[in-house]
Design a protein around this ligand. Structure first.
Ligand SMILES: *[C@@H]1O[C@H](CO)[C@@H](O)[C@H](O)[C@H]1NC(C)=O
Ligand SMILES: *[C@@H]1O[C@H](CO)[C@@H](O)[C@H](O)[C@H]1NC(C)=O
Ligand SMILES: *[C@@H]1O[C@H](CO)[C@@H](O)[C@H](O)[C@H]1NC(C)=O
Ligand SMILES: *[C@@H]1O[C@H](CO)[C@@H](O)[C@H](O)[C@H]1NC(C)=O
Ligand SMILES: *[C@@H]1O[C@H](CO)[C@@H](O)[C@H](O)[C@H]1NC(C)=O
Ligand SMILES: *[C@@H]1O[C@H](CO)[C@@H](O)[C@H](O)[C@H]1NC(C)=O
Length: 484
């Protein structure tokens, strides 16, 4: 049942898409496939069963039958499936084996082909119609995590039954061969039975091979990669499959674990959605740590980057309103600010809200006419933000507001000065000039990940303590051939 299982598994892996070295690690990301999702995957894949049957080639059957007066050689050839009625196959999670069971029962197939017999000098032949009733196939497979954090399929088991076979011969001196129909029937029946399970196994082996070849670590941008290897064995319940993935972003050039660990979290059961994916604040913070340790969370700000509408310019005269001695010591010089994160900005997910706290250092310089940077002072800035995230039109959107802004003087080359008005000015600058730009970007949002032929629909986002959960259904756009 090649595509039945893939659709289920591909859905899980495509959502995100690494290697667990500590099997005991708490997963940073969890993905749950519910029974609803499994059934949808099966339904989509049911069309595959049809094409599987279309492709089944029944091998030529040759044999001898001894009758009192000699031996009849026979050949059955060119056998093709003409019609196939099958009830919806069944797929279910099996807790005991930590795997899946797939079955089809009551499959009926009509076939036709040609027959030939040789008896002494009598060559005879014609066509035949055949009906096979009551084919039952049941197969179980166990889901495991391999050493490199891939999902793998093991412990395959399968049983196949073929109920009844009826055969009608046309043409030839059927008076002779009609006697052997019961022999043909038995032969055909066992031949068919013997081809089913190996074919199913071959499909699952191919799928397992594809899973092993799949990357579990993905480059996100120039800087970060995301490790989505399994950290735990797949957890199979009666009505769901839970995959615990590492969910750690890391610096591609200098991969290192962040100095904090993922905390355990429990995704709420959501059987009415096909999928749920939980992202812990560990995952967000690992991205933050990755950017921070790659040295990216810093920026040089000069006057030309200050919006033209700003009443405050980045020069010693303008900043002199807040620091009286500055223009006296360095009249009319342009300034430059080196703004950098002092530590990893940390996200904290809470019910309905995400909190972000950032510790920033600001080094201010005046630029001498010979371009030398003259150090002036260093500020410590602490700011806290809270944000919301939601999904609208298959797009992840957000908004942010500033909760707190504090500014203190860390060191100075120009003597002490009061920071209150500077604090107000910079806080307002953030609110009025920076946040609107950030919110405009967050408002546009990011389109949810889409696979070639799969799309998330009816998605919704819930923020809980320590994690955010995406609940979603999946829609397969380009279904498998479905022509029963
Ligand atoms: C296969 O199943 C048997 C019986 O349930 C179990 O003892 C064995 O460990 C399984 N093999 C693998 C590779 O999981
Ligand atoms: C897997 O990762 C490697 C290295 O990052 C990359 O070269 C390759 O294209 C990836 N393969 C797939 C199928 O994404
Ligand atoms: C300000 O910085 C930007 C970006 O680094 C740069 O393109 C620009 O030339 C700088 N302007 C001045 C006046 O130094
Ligand atoms: C400094 O800013 C003020 C406005 O506050 C402006 O009038 C002045 O020309 C600026 N000086 C320099 C050197 O850019
Ligand atoms: C540049 O100017 C500053 C201040 O005017 C001075 O202290 C410094 O020595 C000068 N540097 C060079 C390389 O001329
Ligand atoms: C901002 O943070 C400071 C220091 O943590 C605290 O004293 C102050 O009460 C906070 N202000 C607000 C409005 O939360």
């Amino acid at each position: 049942m090649k595509n039945m299982l893939p659709s289920a598994i591909v859905v899980l892996t495509l959502l995100s898409c690494t290697c667990g070295d500590n099997p005991g690690d708490n997963p940073g990301v969890q993905v749950v496939l519910t029974n609803k999702g499994l059934q949808y995957g099966k339904h989509v894949a049911a069309g595959w069963v049809q094409s599987f049957l279309d492709k089944v080639t029944v091998p030529d059957i040759k044999g001898d039958i001894n009758i009192k007066i000699g031996t009849v050689h026979y050949t059955i050839t060119g056998t093709t499936i003409t019609k196939c009625d099958f009830p919806e196959p069944e797929v279910e999670f099996i807790q005991d084996i930590s795997g899946l069971k797939m079955s089809i029962s009551g499959l009926d197939v009509a076939l036709n082909g040609r027959w030939m017999t040789d008896f002494w000098i009598i060559h005879d032949g014609g066509t035949f119609d055949m009906a096979i009733y009551g084919v039952n196939v049941a197969s179980e497979v166990q889901l495991e995590k391999d050493a490199s954090g891939h999902l793998s399929l093991t412990n395959f088991s399968c049983s196949a039954e073929v109920g009844n076979v009826d055969m009608w011969l046309h043409g030839g001196g059927s008076w002779l061969v009609q006697h052997f129909v019961s022999h043909f029937k038995e032969n055909i029946r066992s031949q068919i039975k013997m081809t089913i399970c190996p074919a199913v196994k071959e499909s699952l082996d191919t799928l397992d091979f594809e899973l092993q070849a799949m990357n579990v670590s993905f480059d996100v941008d120039q800087v970060l990669a995301l490790d989505l290897s399994l950290t735990l064995s797949p957890a199979i319940q009666k009505s769901s499959l839970n995959l615990g993935l590492k969910g750690e972003f890391y610096d591609r050039k200098n991969p290192a674990d962040p100095p904090f660990a993922a905390q355990p979290f429990v995704l709420p059961e959501q059987p009415s959605y096909m999928l749920s994916a939980g992202l812990s604040d560990f995952t967000l913070n690992s991205a933050s740590y990755g950017y921070f340790s790659a040295g990216l969370l810093q920026v040089l700000i000069n006057d030309s980057m200050i919006p033209p509408s700003s009443p405050v310019r980045l020069n010693t005269s303008s900043i002199g309103k807040f620091i009286p001695q500055l223009p006296k010591m360095f009249p009319d010089l342009l300034m430059i600010l080196h703004v950098y994160a002092k530590d990893t900005p940390m996200f904290s997910l809470q019910p309905g809200v995400v909190k972000l706290s950032i510790q920033i250092g600001v080094k201010a310089f005046a630029i001498a006419p010979n371009s030398t940077q003259i150090p002036l002072f260093v500020l410590d800035v602490g700011s806290k933000f809270s944000g919301k995230m939601w999904i609208k039109d298959e797009t992840l959107k957000g908004s942010m507001m500033m909760d707190n802004f504090t500014l203190t003087l860390a060191s100075t080359e120009i003597g002490p000065f009061q920071t209150d008005t500077l604090e107000d000015m910079m806080g307002n600058g953030l609110k009025c000039f920076v946040l609107p730009i950030v919110n405009q970007k967050l408002g546009k949002g990011i389109i949810l990940p889409r696979a070639k032929n799969m799309q998330l629909v009816y998605s919704t986002l819930k923020m809980e303590k320590g994690f955010v959960v995406l609940l979603s259904d999946v829609k397969v756009i380009q279904a498998c051939k479905n022509s029963v």
